[in-house]
Write a protein that binds this ligand. Structure first.
Ligand SMILES: [Ca+2]
Length: 314
């Protein structure tokens, strides 16, 4: 139930009912005064009148504590309102009132600057935590409606997005390959890496070999093109030579064939470049009812062939 408090505003309703109109207005007035003093403090501090700013920061915290008293938040309830850590900070900032204040900017020491910042932080935190307790009942009702409307709007957007993903995002193809590289100590390079939508995972052929990658589309679908990202070693530049060798795979000449009804219905040849950025090539491949697509790697750059991502466009 606590998780729904920002929408239900039950604490604010309860506090408003318990306080009564006069105390609620007094607390709201103290919060406003605290915000005004904090604003003056910041303006004066920025203009260099720091001794005066120090005094306004002290007043801002006093006014926020005054608001807490009006709102019925006594000392022991501060930790319930702010949490132990912030309640402790407020308590220490208040206790520091016994330190002599600087009478001029020349007397301003480092500990004054720290206390100035801490008082403003505590005043802002306390005023912010108290604010909803000073709302009038009709303001709480309005805020509740607005929050529910925004919450439901966001939920509807998420639901629409999830529905789109489920209904309209085509299922990922199944990927197979003539072979793939498995000799690496910590990493394998299987064909499914070419359809996992991760630009930094790759299908690699074994070093020095040509071969093919095949995608099975289930159910069969109409295809207009492939978007292909070559295997690459972009992230190896600042690594050691061993890593450079590990990632030195990229396909060069490829032949793409589409099959429908058990026979070849489209084919095209293409030469992929060696990537210097995360670019993708769009390879036209018009065919209907395609059930599988084979990409034959007939030559390669570096140590062997490979592909980072293949996307089948409708
Ligand atoms: Ca990938």
């Amino acid at each position: 139930m606590r998780a729904l408090e920002p929408l239900l505003l039950l604490d604010a309703s309860r506090a408003s009912a318990e306080l009564g109109e006069a105390r609620r207005r007094a607390a709201a007035g103290s919060i406003d005064a605290s915000a005004r003093d904090a604003g003056r403090a910041e303006t004066l501090w920025a203009s260099g009148a720091r001794a005066s700013a120090y005094g306004y920061a002290e007043r801002a915290l006093d006014r926020a504590l005054e608001a807490a008293a009006h709102a019925g938040v006594e000392d022991e309830a501060l930790s319930r309102l702010l949490g132990e850590r912030w309640a402790g900070r407020v308590e220490r900032a208040r206790a520091a009132a016994c330190l002599p204040a600087p009478r001029s900017d020349d007397e301003l020491a480092d500990h004054h600057a720290e206390l100035y910042a801490e008082r403003l932080a505590c005043a802002g935190r306390l005023a912010g935590a108290l604010e909803h307790r000073t709302w009038a009942p009709d303001a709480i009702a309005r805020a509740r409606w607005v929050r529910w409307a925004v919450g439901l709007g966001v939920a509807a957007l998420f639901a629409a997005f999830a529905l789109y993903q489920i209904r309209f995002e085509p299922p990922r193809p199944q990927a197979e390959a003539s072979a793939y590289r498995t000799v690496d100590v910590v990493q394998t390079w299987p064909p499914e890496n070419a359809v996992d939508r991760d630009e930094m995972s790759y299908w690699h052929l074994p070093p020095g070999e040509t071969g093919w990658l095949e995608l099975t589309l289930s159910p069969p679908r109409d295809v207009s093109a492939l978007r292909v990202m070559n295997a690459h070693d972009l992230h190896a530049d600042d690594q050691n030579r061993y890593d450079r060798r590990r990632f030195d795979h990229a396909s060069r000449a490829i032949v793409v064939r589409a099959y429908a009804g058990g026979r070849e219905v489209a084919a095209t040849e293409y030469e992929l470049t060696r990537l210097r950025a995360l670019d993708r090539d769009t390879i036209p491949l018009e065919a209907r009812g395609v059930e599988r697509i084979r990409i034959e790697v007939t030559s390669f750059w570096g140590a062997g062939g490979g592909l980072a991502e293949v996307e089948v466009l409708p």
